[in-house]
Design a protein around this ligand. Sequence first.
Ligand SMILES: Cc1ncc(COP(=O)(O)O)c(C=O)c1O
Length: 461
Amino acid sequence: MSPFQKPEQPPDQRCSEGDVNVSPRRRAWAVQNLSPETQQLLEEDAKYFLHQSLSTPCLSALKSCRGAWIEDVQGHRYLDFHGNNVHQVGFGHPRVIAAIKQQIDTLSFCTRRYTCEPAIALARKLAELAPGDLQRILFAPGGTSAIGMALKLARIATGRFKFISMWDSFHGASLDAISVGGEAMFRNGVGPLLPGCEHVPPPDHRHCPFHCGEACNLACADYVEYVLDKEGDVAAVIGETVRCTPFIPPPDYWARIRAACDKHGALLILDEIPIGLGRTGRMFACEHYDAVPDMLVLGKGLGGGIFPLAALVAREGLNVAADQALGHYTHEKNPVACAAGLATLQVIEEEALVEHSRALGDHACQRMKQMAKRHPLIGEVRGLGLLMGIELLRDHDVLTRASEEAEQIMYAALSRGLNFKLTMGNILTLTPPLTISQAELDQAFAILEDCIGEVEAAQRS
Ligand SMILES: Cc1ncc(COP(=O)(O)O)c(C=O)c1O
């Protein structure tokens, strides 16, 4: 029997998007590593902020960030392989900072009803870079808001209200975004969500309910078409081109869904908020697939890791809502954010970060594959450019997620200067800045391998 047909333990739903911030291991790490001054700051944070998962109570307190590194208030430096995926150009890139400073001194805000040169320049640049006829832009102050605009535009353009999206996906934390998102931690306990949102299994061959395993026959893509057909009036399919865990869909996945959308009159919306702008080794992840979406959603690193900035990039034919408000966000054309965005795209091009991400990603993949041969805890390694994941399994036959071990490894790595997050409990999710050097990357993998080895040795003894 194929291992993919054997039962597997379901993931702890609290861990789908990141590690748990109130776990006993978190508390133990804090006791060992945090100074009284840091603990005081965390207590103040916990006093004033609403507590929520993945945030307050916080891990530690930061003092500075530069390039691939973050530094806490105790002076400990960490290679940041999480960075909330805002750090394509690294933290505090001098070019981005200079553009921001220059813009602040001239036009620091653009009142609604006016436009401004930086906003137009950034929109023009995105339209030039985007594939196909993705030419029409709307900016928003965050990715979730841009997703909301995409959903509204899909409804208006098609006259339909239904969406198909993936279980386990994330598109933001607002009520509309969690309606199409697929994580229980965000969806449970908040009452009715948007009607007409159907979910399908994600293209995750290892945990695929269609059991096709390594010999994937794209049953999950065909199931999207099945639902499109049954519903008959779906406005759009929305998905993360590559889930940031990462789940890397097979090469034909999006082309098959694109064709199914065209056949059934549905639009295709691809969310590349954490993975666009070079992270996967292409400027946009959809360029790995032979499919151009009707709408592409970008965010996070678009603001250079400094400003909140997101963009909806839609095809020309979707300029159909002139008498309605799609976004209407106060910071829709914020000149400082747009100057940061333009400088970011220039840095990505001039420093050849897309090519660097591809080359270093190949190197990292080789390294992870070698690690997998040496470490039985590693169930699978995955990577596309500098979007990487190491899935830990306790028992490869029954796919038991090694979540305890993953948490141990994460805190051990943190104590040695490497910061990353976990997804689904057992996946070490690794997303360094695209500016990282090979030496820094190797340093991170050396730390990781030591920590994995230590946990395995402790298990043996
Ligand atoms: C795939 C994806 N979509 C949407 C969002 C929401 O973006 P924001 O936090 O900027 O609202 C995120 C944030 O992590 C994301 O990873």
